[in-house]
Design a protein around this ligand. Structure first.
Ligand code: ADP
Ligand code: 5GP
Length: 228
């Protein structure tokens, strides 16, 4: 539906809700956790999901092979190059990119249907993917994650033990480019002490949910008829 059509539809629905006294449900919020490899996005996301805030984690599709301990469908949907390219041909991806030599992408269908249902979504993504999703979902909330000190990032990436030396160098170079873009995002979370950073993330989610423009229509005040 185009913007004008969507607005007319929303206005009709708003009128119908007022007449029936039913509160409107807001659209879901799309939270994007952005930052260089090794910043701690995955770790933070796992912590946040344990807080049971009612967020749904969006799982990316990738051609990268699973790391030990990673599960298909939970961490990523692991697919072959051929399957990924078929998805591109069929226009299934809201965005996709080649990162460190592998394809990563986010399917549009799930985002659109969950946001329409009012479900808040979260996903971790690299800078170029976040740029692409922001073009499509202008209301997305973007959170940039960084370790406290530059040396921590290299140490964490080494400590994870998942990269050979070529991949490590590639990730560090990409990180340098990405960190220059930090100021383009809505929030900055410094992932030094994990519990503190996770607490900040939680605060961001809760504050965004309290924004008047998102919350007002779903309150009893939006349909209340003042009599005097
Ligand atoms: P990303 O998803 O951003 O690439 P990961 O979540 O995989 O990063 O974290 C990279 C490494 O750093 C992992 O080994 C992880 O256990 C570790 N790590 C993440 N956050 C912290 C933290 N706050 N303090 C110490 N180590 C951390
Ligand atoms: P990793 O291989 O370490 O899991 O992820 C490598 C990079 O790909 C990370 O910076 C991660 O944020 C990014 N990434 C994960 N999923 C997606 C996605 O769906 N699209 C894009 N563009 N990047 C992604």
């Amino acid at each position: 539906m185009g913007t004008v059509g969507a607005m007319a539809g929303a206005a009709r629905k708003g009128r119908a809700d007022r007449m029936s006294g039913k509160r409107a449900r807001r659209r879901g919020i799309l939270f994007l956790l952005v930052g260089p490899s090794g910043a701690g996005k995955t770790t933070l996301l796992r912590r946040l999901m344990r807080m049971r805030l009612g967020l749904k984690r969006l799982v990316s599709t990738t051609t990268r092979p699973p790391r030990p301990g990673e599960k298909d469908g939970r961490d990523y949907r692991f697919v072959s190059d051929e399957e990924f390219r078929e998805g591109i041909r069929r226009g299934l991806f809201a965005e996709y990119a080649k990162v460190h030599g592998n394809l990563y992408g986010t399917k549009a269908g799930e985002i659109d249907s969950e946001l329409a249902k009012g479900r808040d979504l979260i996903k971790d993504i690299d800078v170029q993917g976040a740029d692409a999703l922001r073009r499509r979902y202008a209301d997305a909330v973007t959170i940039f994650v960084l370790p406290e000190r530059p040396a921590d990032m290299a140490a964490r990436l080494r400590g994870r033990g998942s990269e050979d030396s070529a991949s490590f160098r590639r990730r560090m170079e990409t990180a340098r480019q990405e960190i220059r873009r930090a100021a383009d995002f809505d929030y900055l979370v410094i992932n030094g002490e994990l519990a503190l950073a996770a607490g900040e993330l939680r605060a961001i989610v809760e504050a965004e949910r309290c924004r008047t423009r998102r919350r007002w229509r779903s309150t009893a005040w939006a349909t209340f008829r003042w009599t005097s």
